[in-house]
Design a binder for this molecule. Structure first.
Ligand code: MRU
Length: 340
């Protein structure tokens, strides 16, 4: 199952808002439809957002009626701005848009701009799966046969083009013959854990159980969980990890109970420039918290705050699995060595 695809000059997405009750696909025919899909979480998860936005630029280039290269670049820049404003925290969005725009700027003609924009987006699509497989091979070695592994949110096929980051490591461990059981947290308020992680692991025949977010401490105190693995929306050079709200709580509990805490993130998720205080944490509509399904569960007039991400500091992280190897503390130093 591919989360995002380029087909007949349109972008086809699994509509993740409908899972797990319906597996339906939506077709985006222009970049504004792509931007809406990202905003509404039809497509979500850092790597999937990046590749989808890159295809959004390809749609803009394809649809442009510009007669000169300069006019085409103006049209592309308009789409770039709209796509860039969809979600603020996952850096893959900005990484992907910058990479495609960089190619477009170096092109020598309008025709070449159109070609390189689509070629680059398709290249990122292919790379996403191969990078996830590389991370899987590297990360699988950290898991033992019989491990019970906790994951938070969804860092699986559905958060990428395919295979997944954190769940890719779990898939690779299973493919290497290790028996693993996964505990997924529900991940309130959007329920990426119960709706998406449980869905895709069950679909692939990987043993999965679901717990409420509030049961993580209990399960760890009982010694049930042997390892934690999560994905990331942004990793700083210092090893600070931004991921779905609740990740920090899981990391604190893992630290308290001496459970190794791993993050799986490709280099496209690394932000080599920002410091922790500069990263924008997305605040989403309070409706996600106020309602369960269609039912209101909060009295009218109560103030509600809905931050979508949090930051886990490096001292709580055992290792960060990348496509080039596993980073261990001190992360900044190890990152320099890893990248030469
Ligand atoms: O709000 P979402 O669903 O886009 O948040 C997704 C996450 O936080 C994932 O854990 C993260 O993007 C890693 S995906 C490989």
């Amino acid at each position: 199952m591919l989360t995002v695809e380029w087909k007949d000059n349109s972008v086809v997405l699994v509509d993740q808002t409908k899972l797990p009750s319906k597996l339906v696909y939506v077709k985006c025919k222009d970049y504004s439809e792509v931007a809406e899909a990202i905003k509404k979480l039809v497509v979500r998860g850092a790597p999937a957002i990046g590749v989808t936005a890159a295809f959004g630029l390809a749609l803009a280039a394809h649809a442009s009626k510009a007669r000169t290269q300069h006019e085409l670049m103006t049209d592309l820049h308009t789409a770039f701005k709209v796509l860039q404003a969809t979600r603020p925290t996952a850096i893959n969005l900005f990484w992907a848009l910058d990479r495609v725009m960089g190619k477009a700027k170096r092109a020598k003609s309008a025709q070449e701009v159109k070609r390189v924009v689509l070629d680059e987006a398709l290249k990122m699509f292919d790379e996403d799966i191969s990078v996830n497989r590389q991370m899987g091979t590297i990360g699988a070695k950290l898991f033992k046969d019989g491990d019970i592994v906790l994951t938070h949110c969804n860092a699986g096929s559905l958060a990428t083009v395919g295979y997944g980051t954190a769940l890719g490591v779990i898939r690779a461990a299973k493919e290497s013959g290790k028996r693993l059981s996964v505990i997924a947290t529900e991940t309130r308020p959007v329920m990426q854990g119960s709706r998406l992680t449980a869905f895709e692991l069950k679909h692939d025949g990987i043993d999965v159980s679901l717990i409420p977010d509030t049961a993580v401490g209990y399960m760890m105190s009982r010694g049930v969980i042997r390892r934690v693995i999560v994905g990331a929306d942004r990793v700083l050079r210092t090893g600070h990890v931004f991921n779905k709200i609740g990740t920090y709580q899981v990391a604190v509990l893992a630290n308290k109970h001496k459970v190794p805490f791993y993050v799986a993130a490709p280099l496209s998720t690394f932000d080599f420039e920002s410091s922790p205080g500069e990263v924008v944490i997305e605040e989403r509509s309070v409706d996600e918290v106020v309602k369960v399904g269609k039912r209101r569960v909060v009295p009218k007039g109560v103030r509600v705050f809905n931050p979508a991400f949090d930051m886990t500091p490096p001292e709580l992280i055992t290792g960060i699995i990348t496509e080039h190897g596993v980073l261990t503390p001190p992360f900044e130093k190890k990152l320099k060595t890893l990248l030469g």
